[in-house]
Design a protein around this ligand. Structure first.
Ligand code: ZN
Length: 288
């Protein structure tokens, strides 16, 4: 049996199952101080009486993913009180003495959509979540792209179109990067309301779609992935996905090779993609 943990800033979702697509028990606990939260999570696994073979963790970040680093499996420096330097992976490895695989929550979601969701019939996929922040992961042939850390798709710089009013953006690091322009808080700061609360004719809809379409075009051009899955709270705005998909095709100018295989779609596994991803990580941990 495998254990999966989707470690989020507001809640931890836990699962036990014989396989990633066969979750048999599930629980949700509130994220509090690390000691309490990790202990409550571990106690839930222990109380099940199940002998776990491996554990997968898909975590909020920022995290250290370099296995050769002394702080592998830790949250690095976060504004969330108490969590900076927290050794999440080490805690569960020590307590259960089983292999542990650790990755970001968005990489977990990307793996889940690739294996069982909107990308199950594609050979490559990028998953982008547009919500409180913007993050994403890229999967090729079943493997998540890590490189020197992991991709930070939310911090690409879109080109500002001529009709843009020059809003400075609200990313602490980059100002008007994608997250600084198209995340939920950026939209709220700029227009005073969530995108879904602005009337359909409001220019915000076209502008946010433009930034996200540019990102999709850049992803297709840079990575040649077959599928881009767009999730997160902002993407629940009616009509937004269609606008982005249409505009992405227009930006490509019928140029990119393989474009007939490429598409921009909604996630299929909401709201369990992160948890299913954690279970896939557990399977990978056992496989070594
Ligand atoms: Zn940024």
């Amino acid at each position: 049996m495998f254990g999966g943990i989707e470690a989020g800033g507001t809640k931890f979702v836990l699962a036990i199952g014989a396989a990633a697509d066969n979750i048999e028990a599930q629980a949700t606990i509130a994220t509090r101080a690390p000691e309490e939260t990790l202990a409550e999570a571990a106690d839930w696994f222990s109380a099940s009486g199940v002998q776990l073979a491996a554990i997968g963790i898909a975590s909020f970040g920022p995290v250290q993913l370099d296995r050769s680093a002394p702080d592998w499996g830790h949250i690095t420096s976060t504004t969330k009180p108490g969590w900076s330097g927290c050794d999440i992976a080490g805690y569960f490895a020590k307590r259960f003495a089983v292999p542990v695989r650790f990755d970001t929550d968005v990489n977990g979601a990307a793996l889940a959509e690739y294996n069982f969701g909107a990308g199950h019939d594609a050979d490559s996929l990028a998953y982008v979540t547009v919500g409180t922040g913007i993050g994403g992961g890229i999967v090729y042939g079943g493997q998540v792209v890590h490189g020197a850390g992991h991709p930070e798709l939310g911090h690409l710089y879109p080109k500002r179109p001529a009709q843009d009013d020059g809003f400075l953006g609200n990313c602490t690091f980059h100002g008007d990067c994608l997250e600084g322009l198209a995340s939920g808080p950026a939209i709220m700061r700029r227009w005073g309301r969530a995108l879904s609360d602005l009337p359909p004719a409001h220019p915000a809809h076209a502008l946010v779609a433009e930034y996200l379409a540019q990102t999709c075009h850049s992803l297709f051009a840079a990575t040649a992935v077959e599928r881009i899955v767009l999730g997160g709270g902002v993407m629940e705005t009616p009509g937004l996905l269609d606008r982005i998909a249409f505009r992405t095709r227009a930006l490509g100018r019928n140029y990119l090779p393989g474009r007939e295989k490429q598409s921009v779609v909604a996630p299929a596994l909401n709201p369990v993609s992160g948890l299913v991803g954690a279970m896939i990580l557990a399977e990978e941990a056992l496989a070594g």
